[in-house]
Write a protein of this length. Structure first.
Length: 378
């Protein structure tokens, strides 16, 4: 593939996620960082750019300036990566889409469904690839589960149990440093914290693996830690189209848990269990009770997923490789569009459509909880 050029909005000093995206993109060396607006401070943006090897004239004071300038250059960026707090996602995505530049954006896509639908329509109108960074769906094993279920092996799905507990914000007056402070601040995170940060990962993981569409939700969003304005512990009951039911739990107050995303999918012909912290494994139980512990790298991994494997079985691959797999597909699609050979079947990453469904899920859960816990249709 032709090596692409990309820019970044956010990802300055102290940014964990910006650094993670840069590292993931470097794994396959498919794109190089050539522009950025790394901070709201022009000085910090220039300093970060210098440290990352970006030319001074391509370190911008605002994302609006960056979008306009890069769109006007013959050697302008091929895509932008947006790693800012939630409140900036919509205006930044919109600016680059309007400039004709493809986008990769952190989740949640934006703050409201109205904003999400506008970005979706704009991406379609401009015919621009748009990736939403639901990183966990880049794992080979997650991709295997999706294909296994698509093949009908599980039969009709009856129930899904999924959870994402963390414990890093469990204590009063501990705001989790820079990464936690903005998530707990409505002016930067929006109307939800835990549900937007973790609940959207659950929603996307179940959707991507199973193909199920949510029909309605009943949610309870809790504020467990004193002095917290936004939710830190959430429980959601779900009904899907076709009759399956589900239960999601997202928490930032579950002491003893780090990034413990788990999904259990129960079908008429068996069960699949997957855990992000042991993402090398998929546990499959067939209807006759036989349990198979399948490992990434094994011959049993379906080819469409196995092609993303980087090491032999037993040599663990992790979170950065998962994100790199999303960028591998994203960059392949960008190159294919340049060459005029792109077809939608090439897409193997979460798109703006998935981002819209995440925001739709959040709004429905918020409405349900605020109404005292009633069923709300999606």
């Amino acid at each position: 593939m032709k090596k692409l050029n990309y820019g970044m909005v956010g990802g300055g000093a102290g940014s964990f996620i910006g650094q993670a995206h840069r590292r993931a993109i470097r794994i396959d060396d498919l794109a190089q960082l050539t522009a950025g607006c790394f901070s709201r401070s022009a000085e910090i943006s220039r300093k970060t750019g210098t440290e990352l090897g970006v030319a001074d004239d391509r370190c911008y004071a605002s994302f609006q300036e960056m979008a306009a300038a890069e769109a006007a250059r013959e050697d302008g960026i091929d895509f932008v990566v947006i790693t800012t707090p939630n409140v900036s996602h919509y205006p930044a995505c919109k600016a680059f889409l309007e400039a004709g530049i493809p986008v990769s954006c952190e989740k949640p896509l934006c703050l409201t469904l109205e904003q999400a639908l506008e970005l979706q329509a704009l991406a379609r109108q401009k015919d621009l690839p748009f990736m939403v960074a639901y990183t966990y769906m880049g794992h080979v094993t997650a991709k295997h589960i999706r294909r296994y279920i698509q093949g009908g092996n599980l039969g009709k799905i009856r129930m899904v149990m999924a959870e994402y507990p963390q414990g890093w914000l469990a204590h009063e007056d501990d705001w989790g440093g820079k990464q936690g402070q903005w998530r707990c601040d409505p002016s930067q995170a929006g109307k939800v914290n835990c549900l937007g940060d973790l609940g959207t990962h659950i929603e996307n993981a179940v959707s991507m693996m199973t193909g199920l569409k949510i029909r309605r939700v009943l949610a309870r969003l809790e504020h467990q830690v004193p002095n917290r304005v936004l939710d830190d512990n959430d429980v959601v009951l779900l009904e899907y189209e076709g009759g399956a039911t589900g239960c999601y739990w997202a928490s930032q107050v579950a002491i003893g848990h780090d990034n413990d995303l788990r999904v259990r999918i129960f079908g008429e012909n068996g069960t699949i269990e997957w855990r992000q912290e042991t993402s090398e494994q998929v546990l499959v139980t067939t209807r006759d009770g036989i349990r198979t512990d399948l490992h990434r790298g094994d011959a049993g991994i379906l080819p469409g997923a196995a092609k993303y494997g980087r090491l032999p079985s037993g040599h663990t691959e992790g979170w950065l490789e998962s994100m790199a797999n999303l960028y591998r597909s994203f960059c392949q699609c960008l190159n294919a569009k340049k060459e005029g050979i792109f077809v939608p079947e090439m897409i193997d990453y979460p798109t703006v459509d998935d981002g819209v469904e995440g925001v739709r899920f959040v709004e429905a859960c918020l409405a349900s909880s605020e109404a005292g816990g009633i069923w709300v249709d999606l």
